[in-house]
Design a binder for this molecule. Sequence first.
Ligand code: RIB
Length: 292
Amino acid sequence: MKVLSFGSLNFDYVYNTDHFVLPKETIIANDYHENFGGKGLNQSIALAKAGLEVYHAGRVGKDGQSFFDYLNEYNVHTDYLYKDESITTGHAIIEVHEGQNRIICYGGGNQKVDHKQIDDVLSHFEKGDLLLIQNEISSVDYLITKAHEAGMKIAFNCAPITSAILTYPLEYIDIFIVNEVEAKGITEIASDNIDDIIKALQDRYHNKEVVLTVGEQGSYYIYGDKVIHKDALKVDVVDTTAAGDTFTGYFLASYMNEHDVDKALALATKASSITVQGLGAAKSIPYYKDLI
Ligand code: RIB
């Protein structure tokens, strides 16, 4: 089984602030960092740090050469990462305050992924290979359709949630990975109650595997009537950026290798609890050897 992570790459511009900036307000940041990020890149690195061999596909602009080197540092293959000289790479403005964050993304190259690139990349994969996607690149609906036609197993981290997601061919997804906001988005329920959200996921996606993360309330694996819960770990939170990406990468890496849900949830919980204790995205994702 080959693993393809087709997703976004961003320069993350991270500002630590005393409070989140308000309308009409200008504030001075306490400090500033530039990191490599993007949900796609973070998840590729999480998969690789968890021990899987990963191919990352996506698109950077003329300023994006450093992404090849960065991914290669973690042994992520970049054969299918395209560099487009006519555009700039995506970026994210991230405000961090008391461990929480607010993120604005500018799509750049991420929004230039087209059907031709998808056809070219998928021609290197076959039935039984795993495709992991998020919702920060263009042409996700086409990617899902073509990966399904190729017989690939598809895991979809529905982040960020958009109204367009419901127009995607979600019937081809094998594993959904969502937080509570994304779960509400894909089920269209208004309730914030976790039991209601789980019920809505069971009703609408009864033949799908769903992994639901709920911050301090832990995580759930839902498949039909089966619901497995794992408590969160209590740690001092510095920055939650990439916590969900770490969870996604570690859950999938473990689950694909050992098919043990309980073990996969435990490993993903531990890994993401370490990520939140460091500032930044991909760089704060732990290695497998640091978890055992
Ligand atoms: O999930 C965290 C990521 O979201 C950041 O690295 C940022 O680039 C945005 O894509």
